[in-house]
Design a protein around this ligand. Structure first.
Ligand SMILES: Nc1ncnc2c1ncn2[C@@H]1O[C@H](COP(=O)(O)OP(=O)(O)O)[C@@H](O)[C@H]1O
Length: 188
């Protein structure tokens, strides 16, 4: 069994992904509050910035050029231990063995446009993200990177959506923990 293998963890790794502005951080924060076990919310964009896991700042796109090797080295021990939420607008860089659940958040593109405008993104960045949402870019990435049974798509357009989504993930965690307990019982 390799380090960080899905079956060696006693706490799950949940990836929350989606186009910027779809609500990843909002979901992750509420999930931390409502989960039945302590979860650490890792905002990967902030981690990259705060820990210097990048090759510099791209002025044109107003974003950091991520050093993927450094990022993966930083995250590996956390993913091996589990009990984390990885919150990022892309997910294909995370090894398949890390993921127990991949949540892809979706939002109507006109609503997304407003959210990104409020955030002060330059027009070019708003347009690019809007197109990405329309073209299912993040969803396709998740589908091609992970087994289909662990990828779920959830709409994030209202507070009701937020609450329902988080409640569903809380139930998923409870079921995952029970299943893991059963497997551990069976092993001894
Ligand atoms: N389900 C939702 N319903 C209404 N507003 C939301 C929802 N999810 C997120 N938002 C709002 O959209 C904005 C972007 O959310 P955020 O969680 O920062 O997105 P992300 O982490 O995907 O970039 C925030 O102002 C947040 O309050």
């Amino acid at each position: 069994m390799s380090t960080g293998d899905r079956t060696s963890r006693h706490q799950p790794v949940i990836i929350i992904t989606g186009t910027p502005g779809t609500g990843k951080s909002t979901h992750a924060q509420l999930l931390v509050e409502e989960a039945p076990i302590p979860l650490t919310h890792i905002n990967v964009g902030e981690l990259v910035k705060d820990h210097g896991l990048h090759e510099g700042f791209d002025e044109e796109w107003q974003s950091y050029t991520v050093d993927e090797d450094k990022l993966l080295d930083e995250l590996e021990p956390l993913a091996s231990a589990g009990g984390i939420i990885l919150d990022w607008h892309t997910c294909e860089i995370f090894p398949e063995r890390w993921a127990d659940l991949v949540v892809v958040l979706r939002c109507d593109h006109t609503q997304l446009w407003d959210r990104l405008e409020k955030r002060g993104y330059p027009l070019k960045k708003i347009q690019e993200n809007n197109q990405a949402e329309i073209m299912d870019v993040v969803l396709e990435e998740a589908r091609s990177s992970y087994p289909e049974e662990i990828v779920v798509t959830l709409s994030s357009e209202s507070m009701e959506d937020l609450e329902r989504n988080v409640a569903a993930v809380v139930e998923w965690i409870k079921a995952w923990l029970k299943d893991r307990e059963r497997q551990d019982g069976g092993e001894t």
